[in-house]
Ligand binder design. Structure first.
Ligand code: ADP
Length: 442
């Protein structure tokens, strides 16, 4: 089976967030299961363009064009019109490039709004090359829609079946993808149900009801997110020596970050885009309330200035207890996951979330809200802590429950064992996607 997989980011070539991890892990797992997969992404200026995704046998195809700026087309410096043009152009370029190779994909698997135009283009093209190719569109986050107030695509307005997506001079790439693909999926069972029930749809409820949406949980790559073999860690550890391994890593990280070094102080961390979606509105009051406790907090992330300022304010209130790391740093992220005792994910909504799966692999217990993929992966007092309802009180309560477990070495050990033995591997999601590919080809 031949699959062309399109994503605007692919780790480790270019990673902006979770989609980059998924594009890597899923394509690698599909290739191992004998799917003839090729992955396409834009070649952002200055980016390395290896023939295969590093560490895999998955061939890469690049859309090479000056439309993609040095900081990546996802960079804020691009105007909306430039971004829309870049992704519209990318889709057409890739389809032409693939056509010249003579390789005809059975499936084109599109990811997020950036690739919505490809579904639209395939629908309106009269070129028979892709006539038998089926299109899957996977939504990793409904709040990002690629909605541009421009007339860029009005030249196509009069063509069939696309009116839904282009209204009054606006083009919505996510709608283009949903409307014009054979099947729409999203990245967890619970998020698919939430969307079907009209929650977190950002104006798309009717469309989801009409089209339907299937949920397949994302997975992570256990060669990358690995506590036993990992060059980023100060020392590696397995399930058996998790207690010792985490303490040694923590002491090392505390010294590196100039925090008081003590294995007896619980370390709570959060690695995340600084975006409202991630629940920072309840992080600030919760942490502020708990600042008197003997706990250390590490925040690492980039994004909203407002959120960064709040975290810096917490750091100023308690410099020996709070560390705000305003950077994107993959090796440091591994060190923080491995060294921490608990991990915060109080998202307002969360299509899947990978950081809870990653932290569990390192024996770090997530404290999460009960939405989307978090609800499908974190089990209260089993492999983490879950709170319902988006409030600082509920979040504070769950954090206090975690700190109670910190004082109970046996329970802590049992929960760490459970978290580390969970199977959230990308192999599992690959199996589900293969089933789906087969289904739509029949
Ligand atoms: P998102 O909604 O941002 O895609 P996910 O939980 O799906 O969230 O995935 C986030 C990914 O990005 C994880 O691999 C996480 O470790 C990584 N990440 C987020 N912020 C940073 C950062 N500042 N430095 C390093 N890695 C980061």
């Amino acid at each position: 089976m031949k699959v062309l997989f399109l994503s605007y980011e692919v780790a480790p070539i270019y990673k902006f967030g979770g989609l980059g991890d998924v594009a890597f892990a899923l394509s690698k797992a599909l290739k191992k299961k004998d799917i003839d997969i090729r992955v396409a992404m834009p070649a952002y200026r200055g980016m390395p363009t290896p023939e295969h995704i590093p560490g895999t046998h998955v061939p890469m195809i690049y859309g090479r064009d000056s439309l993609f700026s040095a900081e990546g087309v996802v960079g804020n410096k691009k105007t909306p019109e430039a971004r829309a043009r870049a992704f519209a152009y990318f889709g057409k370029t890739i389809l032409n490039t693939v056509k010249h190779t003579g390789w005809v994909p059975d499936i084109i698997h599109l990811n997020d709004w950036h690739m919505g135009f490809v579904a639209f283009w395939l629908k309106i093209t009269t070129d028979p090359y892709y006539a038998n190719t089926k299109v899957i569109f996977t939504i990793h986050n409904t709040s990002h829609q690629g909605n541009f107030p421009i007339k860029l695509l009005l030249e196509y307005h009069k063509t069939k079946d696309c009116g839904l997506a282009i209204e009054e001079g606006e083009v919505n790439f996510l709608k283009l993808g949903i409307t014009n693909s054979d099947i729409v999926t999203t990245v967890s069972e619970t998020y698919s149900k939430e969307l079907a029930a009209g929650k977190f749809t950002f104006g798309m409820s009717e469309l989801f009801k009409k089209k339907g949406i299937t949920g397949i949980l994302n997975g992570i790559d256990y060669d990358v997110w690995n506590s036993e073999k990992n060059s980023h860690l100060h020392i590696c550890f397995d399930q058996k020596n998790v207690t010792h391994g985490k303490i040694i890593n923590k002491l090392w990280l505390q010294r590196k970050l100039k925090l008081p070094a003590s294995g007896a102080i619980p370390l709570i961390s959060m690695i995340s885009r600084l975006s409202e979606q991630k629940g920072f509105d309840i992080v600030y009051p919760t942490v502020k309330k708990l600042l008197d406790l003997p706990v250390q907090w590490i925040f690492m992330g980039q994004g909203s200035n407002n959120i960064r300022e709040q975290l810096v304010a917490l750091e100023k209130l308690a410099p020996g207890k709070v560390k705000m790391l305003d950077r994107f740093d993959e090796p440091l992220a591994h060190q923080v996951y491995a060294s921490s005792d608990f991990f915060l994910i109080p998202s307002t909504f969360e299509p899947c979330g990978l950081t809870q799966m990653i932290s569990m692999r390192y024996g770090t217990l997530p404290i999460s809200s009960a939405v989307g993929g978090l609800a499908d992966t974190v089990k209260h007092k089993v492999n983490g802590f879950v709170f319902k309802g988006h409030s600082a009180d509920a979040f504070t309560h769950a954090t206090k429950q975690a700190l109670m477990v910190w004082t109970d070495a046996r329970k802590l050990y049992t929960m760490r064992q459970k978290a580390m033995s969970e199977d959230f591997s990308s192999d599992k999601s690959a199996k589900e996607y293969i089933k789906l590919y087969k289904k739509i080809l029949n």
